[in-house]
Design a protein around this ligand. Structure first.
Ligand SMILES: [Fe+2]
Ligand SMILES: [Fe+2]
Length: 317
């Protein structure tokens, strides 16, 4: 038995090494399956919880155009969540279980959504920085080894780049506006900058998952590499806005060909990951309320589906 698994595992690894995808029905090590269920479901939960800080601003968007765009963005995130839940289900976990994990507070989701969105400028900063950081991770994931996940990412990335642009455009409008608007934009950048850098996860030397994840091509770049790429890309964008990144140590390093930047507050990172973020309690409460309020919709949809099935069975007989 042992020998048999070893052979399967070698075949599995060589498939990954040669750049082929692993598909739902292929043999895979149990750990690969579990790691993917964890990663894809955390990603799906992040999309779902990620709707909440921005959903709060739909009724308060400053114009019809902004309202429509924000509404579309929040709906996209909901779609990403559902799409990813389907990808997770191909690995043998049920949707009911996934929902239960999120609603009970057992599952993790991206900590960034446990920060409050306090002004309209936050809709700009979130789109620009949070969706911007997410894209960096997700573009890499379009080439990840698990087929259903990689394909989901291709589609999701197209929408994410629209989210990033709509956020940047809000920042651009505010930063070219009145003094008060410019201050609002700067304030949003000040609050979202560091949490955005934290989105890439712990430093490489402290990241427990990195090595195995790279071997299985779940990850193609390390946390620190992606973080550096994000800083390098975002600094010129902030300059174009005429805004200042809240980091006195930020400086171009010609020798490295990258920006040097200051230290992340890892204590804050750990606190928020542990569920003690400023909005952790509120987010989960809102999520559970939405779930309970939506029960009648789910029941009605199930009843309708049953009826349709009965009808088509009758017609077929
Ligand atoms: Fe998304
Ligand atoms: Fe997004």
């Amino acid at each position: 038995m042992e020998l048999y698994n070893e052979k399967l595992e070698a075949e599995f690894q060589s498939k990954i090494d040669s750049g082929q995808n692993i598909e739902a029905k292929d043999w895979m090590p149990e750990k690969y399956r579990k790691t993917h269920i964890r990663q894809i479901s955390q990603h799906a939960h992040s999309e779902i919880i990620g709707m909440l800080p921005e959903g709060n601003w739909i009724t308060r968007a400053p114009s019809l155009k902004r309202k429509i765009t924000l509404l579309a963005k929040v709906q996209d995130e909901g779609g990403h969540g559902l799409y990813l839940y389907s990808a997770a289900e191909t690995l043998g976990i049920s949707r009911a279980e996934l929902n239960e994990q999120l609603n009970s507070g057992r599952a993790k989701y991206s900590s960034i959504f446990n920060y409050p969105a306090v002004t309209w400028a936050d809709m700009g900063a979130v789109g620009w920085l949070v969706d911007g950081a997410a894209i960096m991770n997700q573009v890499m994931l379009t080439r990840t080894s698990y087929g259903p996940y990689a394909r989901a990412m291709v589609r999701i990335c197209k929408e994410e780049s629209f989210h990033q642009r709509q956020g940047y455009e809000i920042m651009l409008t505010l930063s070219k506006g009145t003094e008060v608007q410019k201050r609002m934009a700067q304030d949003a950048l000040n609050r979202w900058w560091w949490p955005s850098l934290m989105m890439f996860g712990p430093r490489d030397e402290e990241s427990v998952h990195t090595e195995q994840a790279m071997k299985w091509k779940i990850k193609l770049k390390s946390n620190d590499e992606l973080r550096q790429q994000f800083v390098d890309q975002t600094v010129p964008q902030a300059e174009l806005l005429g805004l200042t990144i809240p980091d006195p140590k930020l400086k171009w390093n010609a020798e490295r060909g990258h920006y040097d930047f200051g230290d992340i507050d890892w204590e804050e990172f750990k606190r928020v990951v542990a569920g003690k973020g400023p909005c952790s309690y509120e987010r989960l409460k809102t999520r559970n309320e939405a779930w309970d309020k939506g029960a009648w919709v789910r029941e009605a949809a199930m009843a309708f589906a049953e009826k349709q099935q009965e009808k088509s069975l009758k017609e077929a007989s």
